[in-house]
Design a protein around this ligand. Structure first.
Ligand code: GLC
Length: 731
């Protein structure tokens, strides 16, 4: 028997691997280079039996996969989620293990991170999340999610980075670099076309290859090619009538061949339906396929009944499936094992740095949508009677919502934050509406109670000097929650009537709304100030209050459009169930490449609030806008002066559109942006360089990206609708 080399000597002294691709020599900090990892894998692989290789390819518990005990290859631990490390789950069922040392930092939702338009924050966010994952001894954190925001009804838009592929691509790369710099693997999800929760397990998405390539894949491509993601998670739905967890086009042709992905494809939990496809079409690790590993559930009886377990081994032994596929899976899984077990530090958990990161991201995410008569910021010195109204002023927005839910070390509620920042005020609270218990199934308060709650709130508002309303969506089922889409575009729980009734009795009113989705605002003309507060995590109440009192000058920008009404948004404009949510598990993305502001601009449908929009407590003067181009780049420069009396930050955005294109195109597409902090009275220069390559469209005939020669228009502005200059250039 060949002497076995001890490959994994234990965390402390373990031979190690750099987190980024290294050249052949040893990495400086004593970690193995990628080349040395490959050498180790080449030694190990021939020693593994088919059973050992197959075992690594499927779950041994709800959130772990086996290693190879006799060789000292450790098991791998996987954990949700994108916004923080989820509380420990039981070995064999979905229940929580009830630990008392697994409370985490709840970071803002990724829709909030997207609203910051700040790639540097995305990196810092990733580092903090990676450190908490390390401390919880997780090899893989199951995030980020980068599915494109197609419909405002999608229950999981709060977990994703908005409607624009360039914005999502620009933020997902530093997030991945941050997480993986700690030795934790990311799992970029859900690959691909998981743009709704209704029928998510079955719907077959029919979309043009051009829209797939130009809208739905770019963030995943950036995650792999630029981000170096160590794992990708397949989605539940189908494409080309094949489940995305074992999809030949998406996983073999595009991900592994065209993009040279060298990591692990993990299924979504229970997303695997066919052994042969799973074996041949790119799946590496099968999780959660409807068994608790112990007894019969939906026909499976144990971990050995996973598609990639006994059925796979038997098929190989019968010569029905080649062992080469299994070797490739095992190679990728060993690579993940070496990359994440590599002498990395122990990480940190709920430390002041992480709380600061949660706060920093939150403060740059809050988006000021309206501020008529500068009602905001409020003066905390005034002895006012303030009526705080709305369930979201006190309700947890970190628990529930599905797999991204967290057990936070703390979560500051807006009411508490407001009490802290307005010590001189007489603050009174009325819930105004209730939405029932969190998570699946909720029973809004019975009608009579709602009327009573509303009457109490209106009475409080009538007597107050100022009303601060805190409402929005929440993480209940069919709100911002996994497993089902919203059933209406309006705010739930009769909030529109309540907000309108409050505005009728008190004009001095600020509306703060938490959500990860757009919603209609029929009361918008009756309310002087509106703040979009996202889901901000542990620090939410502090940040909301700091924005209201002016300690923070909001700088967030909308990562998705707010249509006036649902029918104004692309998929709903067809009023055709085939376009959304699909019929008999078939769905056709008839809007093709025109999603979000692309649709609004090109169809001339004015949104209530446009993509990229957000106000400030100060004013900016953007001048000296210069646009030039070479054969390879478009260069935009401008000077941004802060002409107000508080420090602030602005996001200069550059969109490009083709004149007289030979193919259908959106009027303009975001191709560059830069966020600049500018102190009052000062100015700063923006410089944005756009590679001409990025103007290519995907030609379905030639199956290639193509740069059209001719005229383009370069739009420079502070939102997709606030365009300050247009310049025609020739390429
Ligand atoms: C869920 C989600 C996925 C999550 C996984 C594990 O169904 O779709 O995002 O990471 O299962 O909880």
């Amino acid at each position: 028997m060949k002497k076995l080399t001890p490959y994994f000597l234990g965390l402390a002294s373990m031979c190690a691997i750099a987190c980024q691709p290294q050249s052949d020599q040893k990495a400086s900090d004593g970690k193995l280079s990628e080349a040395e990892i490959e050498a180790r894998i080449n030694e190990i692989l021939p020693q593994l039996s088919i059973e050992e290789k197959s075992a690594m390819c499927h779950a041994q518990s709800k959130f772990s996969t086996p290693g190879v005990a006799r060789l000292g290859i450790p098991e791998l631990w996987w954990s949700d989620g994108p916004h923080g490390v989820r509380a420990e789950i039981n070995w064999n069922d979905w229940g929580y293990a009830g630990w008392n040392n697994d409370s985490c930092t709840a970071f803002p939702a990724l829709s909030a991170l997207a609203a910051t338009f700040n790639p540097d924050l995305a990196y810092i966010y990733g580092v903090a999340l990676g450190e908490e994952s390390r401390y919880r001894k997780k090899n893989v954190i199951l995030g980020p999610g980068v599915n494109i925001y197609r419909t405002p009804l999608n229950g999981r838009n709060f977990e994703y980075m908005g409607e624009d592929p360039f914005l999502a691509s620009t933020l997902v790369v530093p997030y991945i670099h941050g997480v993986q710099s700690t030795g934790t693997a990311t799992s970029v999800k859900h690959y691909a076309l998981n743009n709704q929760e209704d029928d998510r397990m079955g719907v077959n998405v029919q979309v043009s290859e051009r829209a797939l390539r130009e809208l739905y894949l770019p963030a995943f491509k950036a995650a792999v090619v630029d981000g170096g993601a160590w794992t990708i998670m397949g989605s539940y739905n189908r494409y080309n009538n094949q489940h995305c967890c074992h999809n030949e086009i998406l996983l073999m042709d595009i991900l592994k061949k065209e993009w040279n992905f060298d990591g692990v494809v993990v299924s979504d939990w229970g997303g695997v339906h066919d052994t042969k496809e799973a074996a041949r079409f790119g799946l590496d690790v099968e999780m959660g396929s409807f068994t608790n590993g112990l007894d019969a559930q939906l026909g499976n009886f144990s971990w050995d009944d996973y598609n990639l377990a006994k059925p796979y081994i038997n098929a190989i032994k019968k010569g029905e499936l080649p062992v080469a596929d299994l070797d490739d899976k095992a190679r990728r899984i060993l690579r993940l094992n070496f990359r994440t077990n590599n002498g990395w530090g122990p990480g940190r958990m709920t430390c002041p740095d992480h709380m600061k990161t949660a706060h920093d991201v939150a403060q740059e995410a809050v988006t000021l949508l309206k501020n008529e008569g500068a009602v905001l910021p409020l003066d905390p010195a005034k002895k006012l009677t303030i009526a705080v109204i709305g369930e979201n002023a006190t309700r947890t927005l970190v628990k529930a919502g599905g797999s991204s839910e967290l057990k936070p070390k703390y979560e500051i509620a807006p009411l508490d934050g407001i009490r802290n920042e307005f010590p001189n005020a007489n603050i009174e609270y009325a819930t105004g509406y209730t939405s029932g218990p969190a998570f699946y199934g909720f029973a809004p308060a019975p009608k009579e109670d709602q009327a009573k709650l509303k009457a109490e709130a209106v009475e409080l508002a009538q007597k107050a000097d100022l009303v601060i309303y805190v409402g929005g969506l929440n993480k209940n089922y069919q709100q911002d929650c996994e497993g089902g889409d919203r059933t209406a575009y309006e705010l739930p729980f009769n909030q529109d009537a309540l907000i309108s009734a409050l505005a009728d009795v008190n004009k001095n009113m600020v509306v703060v709304l938490a959500s990860g989705n757009a919603y209609s605002m029929p009361w918008i003309d009756k309310v002087p100030a509106v703040v979009q507060a996202w889901y901000l995590g542990s620090e939410s109440g502090n940040v909301v209050a700091e924005v209201l009192c002016g300690k923070i000058n909001p700088s967030g920008k909308l990562p998705f459009s707010f249509p006036v009404k649902l029918e104004d948004s692309a998929p709903h404009s067809f009023n055709d169930p085939m376009v959304y949510p699909g019929v008999d598990h078939q769905e056709i993305y008839k809007e093709d490449i025109l999603v979000g502001y692309r649709w609004h601009d090109t169809k001339g449908i004015k949104p209530l609030f446009p993509f990229g929009f957000g106000l400030s407590y100060t004013t900016f003067d953007v001048k000296d806008i210069k646009v030039s181009n070479t054969a390879s780049n478009i260069n935009v420069s401008a000077n941004i002066a802060n002409t107000g009396n508080v420090n602030g930050a602005e996001v200069l955005q550059v969109y490009v559109g083709k004149v007289d294109s030979k193919v259908a195109r959106a009027q303009k597409e975001l191709k560059g942006f830069q966020k600049l902090a500018v102190n009052k009275g000062a100015s700063a220069n923006a410089n944005i360089s756009i590679p001409v390559e990025s103007l290519k469209f995907y030609n379905e005939e030639t199956k290639a990206w193509e740069l059209e020669k001719g005229k383009y228009v370069v739009y420079v502005g502070t939102s997709s609708a606030d365009i300050l200059s247009t310049t025609e250039i020739e390429l």
